[in-house]
Design a protein. Sequence first.
Length: 315
Amino acid sequence: MTAIQINSVEKSYKGFKALKGVSMNIEEGEFFGLLGPNGAGKTTLISTVAGLIRPDAGSIRIHGHDVVTDFREARKRLGVVPQELVFDPFFTVRETLRLQSGYFGIRNNDAWIDEVMHNLDLTNKADVNMRALSGGMKRRVLVAQALVHKPPVIVLDEPTAGVDVELRQTLWKFISRLNRAGHTVVLTTHYLEEAQAMCQRVAMLKLGEVVALDTMSALLRRVSGSQLVVHLRSGELPEGLRPLVSHDEHDQNNGSGNRYTLRVNDVNEVEAILASLRAGGAVIDEMQLEQADLEDIFLQIVGSSGQDAQPGGPQ
C-alpha cells in the first residue's frame, strides 16, 4: 500500500512558487528522506501533507485519504514532529500528552504514554511543567506528541536540529524500532549523514521541484565511487581539472594554498591528475582518496544555488 501519495502539488505565496508540480509516492513501511537546501520547499510540502496549508493544485493522500476532502481520517494516520518548539506552558509533560491524545478521541492510554516517555527518556520529567524543560527536553515532548495516537505514518521535520548527541541516539533508536514494526517514516534533515544511515529512498528538492528521487544505493552510484582531496601548498589547479571539482576551499589558516575535492571515476585516474598538477607547477601539501557519500551527491545534484527562504510563506 502507498502510505503517502503526492500528485502534482503546487503552492505559491504572493507570486513566489514554493512548489512546482511535486509528485512522489512513499510506500508503507519505508524510511524516506526529503532533502534540499533552504528555500527548496521541504517545509511547505510537509505542511501540505499535514493539512496545515492547502495546495493551489494537485492532491495528497495518506493511506488513501485525501488531506483536504477527508482531513479527519488522513490526520489520524499521520504524526508530525515540527521544526519549531511549540508548547503549552500551563501543563506538565504527562498532561500535554494526554491532551494531545484527546485531540484524536483517545482516552485511558497511559500505558502507551508511559512507553513513549520511557523510550524518549522523559519518564523522570513526566510531572514537570513544560516551561521548566530545556530545549532538548521540549523537542523530546514534540516527538512524543506526534506518537501518542500510534500513527502509521511519522513525519520528522528536522527533529535533531540543535539537540545533543544523546537525544539523537535515543530518538533514532526509538524511530528505527517503530520503522521495523511497520511504521512509515519521512525525514527532513540537514544532517546528511543521518539521512544516509537511516533512509532507504531519498527525494531531493530544489526551488520547489524534485530533482532526484531514488534509492540510496542508486543515488550513491550516480557519483563517482571515489574523490581525491588535494591540498596545494602553492600553485593553482590547472584548467583541465576544473570540471572535476566538486568542492574547493581557500586555506584560511595560513593565508596560502587551496583545498580541492575532485571527482574520480576510477582510481587509475589519480596518476593522471597528479601528473597534471605537477606539470602546472602546483606543489601538493597533502592528499587523500575518499569514498563518495550522500553529501557529494547533494552537492552535485542540488548544488549551492538553492536560495534562502523567500518572504511571504514557509519553505
